[in-house]
Design a protein around this ligand. Structure first.
Ligand code: ATR
Length: 268
């Protein structure tokens, strides 16, 4: 019987994950299916139970259910524990196992695909919601100094407080950014969805800097701003999406797909 997987979100119709996993399965000769399932906003746990009852082997979880998924798990990987959010579930031996591959996906895209080492770099993370929480530990662990800027400074401070004592993660108000310079600015806000730009000053980018928007599928105001401000590399989040999918695929199937041909195809 074909092994079944899915991605659960709301909304979910725009998701590229079914295409990505279908391409991975073809490439590695795996007999599996992967579909997009929209869960009612108040029915995530019931949706997961239905999948388990129907014999699905695992799923990905996306907006807005990553925190709920975290709470449903019987066992967690470190990355999920750090992020307090889960994007990959495995249903095994009557248990729900969870981890988070988003941060590793971002790192793989920046270091492997874009060729930029994070060690000793100054990074600015914009936003302090779920998307930001999933990547702040991986950025820190890769050796970057991280400033977190957010409109609601209390949320940035909560994230930064997890690193108290280590001294390399700071919460900043947007107004405090004037005069600071970064090797890497990552937009993890949802501002692009509404066509907005966080209130960023001029002169944020060091020479050779990378501007990375975790959104994909459109040119966001942040990307346009970064080009105008002279960021050397401006990237959307499609590579991160493909890389986090590859990590999930590996956890489910024990086979590591080659991401580059899939990324090339999606970019066409
Ligand atoms: P997600 O899971 O995508 O991170 P979220 O938890 O709702 O979604 O978080 C959205 C993030 O985008 C928040 O950091 C939010 O800032 P606030 O915490 O101050 O609300 C940020 N955000 C959304 N729209 C923004 C805008 N126009 N300018 C700046 N930040 C914005």
């Amino acid at each position: 019987m074909t092994d079944r997987y899915a991605v659960i979100g709301n909304p979910i119709s725009h998701s590229k994950s079914p295409l990505i996993h279908t391409l991975f399965a073809q490439q590695t000769g795996q007999d599996m299916s992967y579909e997009a399932i929209e869960s009612p906003l108040d029915g995530f746990a019931a949706t997961i139970q239905r999948l388990r009852d129907e014999g699905y082997l695992g799923c990905n979880v996306t907006v807005p259910f990553k925190f709920e998924a975290y709470k449903l798990c019987n066992r967690l990987g470190n990355r999920a524990r750090d992020a307090k959010a889960v994007n990959t579930l495995v249903f095994r031996d009557g248990e729900i196992l969870g981890t988070n591959t988003d941060g590793a996906g971002l790192l793989a895209d920046i270091e492997k695909n874009l060729g930029i080492k994070l060690m000793w770099k100054d990074a600015l993370l914009l936003g302090a919601g779920g998307a930001a929480a999933g990547v702040v530990w991986p950025l820190f662990n890769a050796g970057a100094g991280v400033d977190i800027a957010n409109r609601t400074i209390e949320k940035a401070q909560l994230l930064a407080d997890e690193f108290k004592g280590s001294g390399t993660v700071y919460a900043r108000r947007y107004e405090e950014l004037a005069g600071r310079k970064y090797d890497l600015v990552i937009n993890a806000t949802s501002s692009g969805l509404s066509g907005e730009l966080p209130p960023l000053p001029d002169g944020l980018f060091k020479p050779g800097a990378l501007a990375y928007d975790m959104m994909y599928g459109r040119e966001t105001p942040f990307m346009a701003y970064a080009r105008k401000q002279g960021a050397e590399i401006v990237s959307d989040g499609l590579g991160m999406l493909v890389e986090q999918a590859a990590d999930a695929f590996y956890l489910w199937r024990n086979v590591r797909p080659d991401t580059q041909p899939v990324l090339d195809l999606l970019r066409k």
